[in-house]
Write a protein that binds this ligand. Structure first.
Ligand SMILES: [Zn+2]
Length: 444
């Protein structure tokens, strides 16, 4: 009863206050029924290209020597000839990339946290909010937009934003836990609020949601199981997922997105890869010549945002690696699948002889050991020494386990570098994130 009332009020309010959102939502639903999403995706790229060469100085000069500059994009080959935009180009050309026909109220400037190299800024196009795609993902998991939701973040949003948010989502009830190091009091209050509103969704940054899961497990606290747990902002250890699923008695959905393009791909309940939002994003996995690699083969990620007309992002080389899956999903959704992105932004540990151990491989190696820790972080100094900083769950077990992990890493780096470890209260934050690897090597 409560739920259907919320539905009526929420739908009515959305229709009146945000009729455009309602239309966009309908588009998102319709897109999955078009005969060929790949064709829709291609047509959107053609249109975006025309827009970019007309309204963005950066792309006009970047593409002016190409045949497509006069003929347009007529084939997949034409598109593959477009030189990618590097992170460095994006960082240095903000004003040039920005479209010259966009009003400032139609866009919002956002910047990356700087956890993965120098911070970059982009504009989000407010005419195409990510909300409809968010609703699509929630729908897969049986969560409706008007159902109650709980969020865990490291920082509180500004008061005004919180008030707008509350009004925007009324009558949906939402509870927040926003604290860098939540106290026992804050945690138990959150549990009470949580059980009070019985949210269908729990969403937050991987590391803080994980910390909350450990708090519940360590103290044998039961909470009302949500329909899904949605984690963002960092790669997910398989072991972290298992512990979270145990603590929340709910499935944990992995997703791929970043500051530049927020929702790129997400898991459906089959959890057999991430469905790519092909109607709003074009993702490529390419070799060093920027040509496509076959499915199940790792390649550099290139991203094209099909809906951002304020700040065109075309074949953007973000620095991640990933791969397509070559099977379609049992769930019947026509959106193609990609593998979960493990190490982000190609962070790695390096040795003097040139050996590189990728972040994703370190994560795989440490999987099975993570249950003894709240957080770990590897920091490599300019002299190649690596220190593993860790926040233990249980001091003694953490101490034993970290020695094993340091030994594994030592062998993996062929005993070329010194590995140390140190217990800390908190690992280093870069912006709002706590990266698994911080390398100071590039600076020398
Ligand atoms: Zn699926």
């Amino acid at each position: 009863m409560q739920n259907s009332l919320s539905k009526i009020l929420f739908s009515l309010k959305t229709k009146i206050l945000s009729p455009k959102l309602e239309d966009l939502h309908q588009n998102t639903v319709d897109n999955l029924h078009v005969e060929n999403i790949a064709t829709l995706n291609f047509e959107k790229r053609q249109k975006l290209f025309q827009h970019a060469i007309k309204h963005s100085n950066f792309y006009r000069s970047k593409y002016k020597h190409l045949k497509a500059f006069s003929t347009g994009i007529n084939s997949h080959e034409d598109f593959l000839r477009l030189p990618p935009m590097t992170r460095e180009e994006l960082r240095l050309n903000f004003d040039e990339i920005k479209a010259n026909n966009v009003k400032s109220r139609a866009c919002k400037k956002v910047s990356t946290s700087g956890s993965t190299g120098p911070s970059v800024s982009v504009l989000h196009d407010k005419r195409h909010p990510e909300t409809p795609i968010r609703w699509r993902i929630l729908k897969w998991w049986g969560v409706e937009p008007w159902e109650n939701q709980a969020f865990i973040y490291r920082f509180k949003k500004p008061l005004l934003e919180r008030i707008v948010n509350t009004l925007m989502w009324w009558p949906t009830k939402r509870v927040f836990l926003a604290a860098a190091n939540p106290t026992e009091q804050q945690l138990s209050k959150f549990v009470r609020d949580f059980n009070n509103i019985k949210p269908s969704l729990l969403q937050g940054y991987v590391d803080v949601v994980f910390e909350f899961a450990l708090y519940l497990l360590d103290n044998n606290i039961d909470i009302h199981p949500p329909k899904m747990v949605w984690v963002t902002s960092a790669p997910l250890f398989e072991e972290q997922r298992e512990l979270m699923q145990k603590a929340f008695k709910a499935p944990v959905c992995d997703q791929y997105g970043n500051t530049e393009i927020m929702l790129i791909a997400a898991e459906c309940p089959e959890q057999n890869g991430l469905h790519i939002m092909e109607d709003t994003v074009h993702i490529e996995f390419v070799d060093e010549n920027n040509q496509p690699v076959p499915p199940n083969t790792s390649g550099k990620v290139l991203l094209t945002d099909l809906t951002n007309y304020a700040f065109p992002i075309i074949r953007y080389e973000i620095g991640d690696e990933g791969k397509f899956k070559d099977h379609s999903c049992q769930c019947g959704c026509p959106l193609p699948l990609m593998d979960n992105i493990r190490g982000r932004q190609s962070k790695h540990i390096a040795t003097p002889s040139g050996l590189q151990i990728k972040g994703e491989h370190i994560m795989a190696m440490f999987d099975g050991h993570m249950k003894f820790f709240k957080e770990i972080q590897l920091r490599q100094s300019p002299d190649y020494t690596v220190c593993i900083y860790y926040v233990p769950r249980e001091v003694e077990k953490g101490k034993q386990e970290i020695k094993v992990m340091a030994q594994m890493l030592k062998q993996r780096t062929r005993v070329e570098i010194t590995i140390t470890h140190e217990e800390v209260k908190q690992v280093k934050r870069v912006g709002k994130k706590s990266p698994i690897i911080i390398s100071e090597l590039q600076k020398i």
